[in-house]
Design a protein. Structure first.
Length: 188
């Protein structure tokens, strides 16, 4: 009867990848706003100056001496566009940090049962007699079951997720909760 459902490897990898992707994207936008676009603007200004002075023949030599690309930039990036790069960079990095902290707080969680109780992902011990209901509306389609309980007048609930936690152990835990709920509702 005792069972333990740990967070799955795929869930941990997926959330870590999302955090890394968001942070890397933020760094990309920061690099564009801090270095790439301002340097592109320097090339644009120099190319435009030479073009106005009818000295474009000098462009390849100037570009080569400054280690620039020979082809001129496609456009000039104004200050609003550069500021936008920093705004997007901050949003992505903050979002990535939130996902990373969530991942850190969740990756070692477990749901387990013993002969008398279920232990929530947060570690709260919920005796089977304190369980007041079971929401199975999304169990078949999504693998989510909401377990509601009341301990000393305090109501609470937690989610059983057969994607986040080991599938077989999560199903075993749900069956055990159902057995205890059914036994309480059956006439003696």
């Amino acid at each position: 009867m005792p069972a333990e459902a740990r967070v799955t490897s795929i869930w941990k990898k997926q959330k870590l990848f999302v955090a890394a992707f968001l942070i890397a994207g933020g760094l990309w936008f920061f690099i564009d706003g801090e270095w790439t676009w301002p340097r592109s603007n320097e090339r644009w200004k120099e190319h435009t100056r030479l073009e106005k002075e009818n000295r474009l023949a000098e462009w390849p030599a100037i570009a080569k001496s400054r280690r620039w690309k020979i082809e001129p930039p496609e456009k000039y990036h104004d200050q609003g566009e550069i500021t936008g790069q920093f705004v997007i960079a901050n949003l992505l990095v903050v979002s990535g940090a939130i996902v990373l902290f969530y991942w850190l707080s969740q990756k070692r969680r477990t749901v387990r049962i013993d002969h008398e109780a279920v232990f929530t992902p947060a570690g709260t011990r919920v005796p089977f007699t304190a369980i007041t209901g079971l929401g199975l509306k999304k169990w078949e389609s999504k693998g989510f079951a909401t377990v509601r309980y009341e301990i000393d007048g305090r109501k609470g609930e937690f989610l059983l997720d057969d994607y986040k936690y080991d599938r077989d152990a999560t199903h075993e835990i749900l069956k055990e909760i159902e057995v205890h709920l059914l036994a309480r509702t059956q006439p003696q």
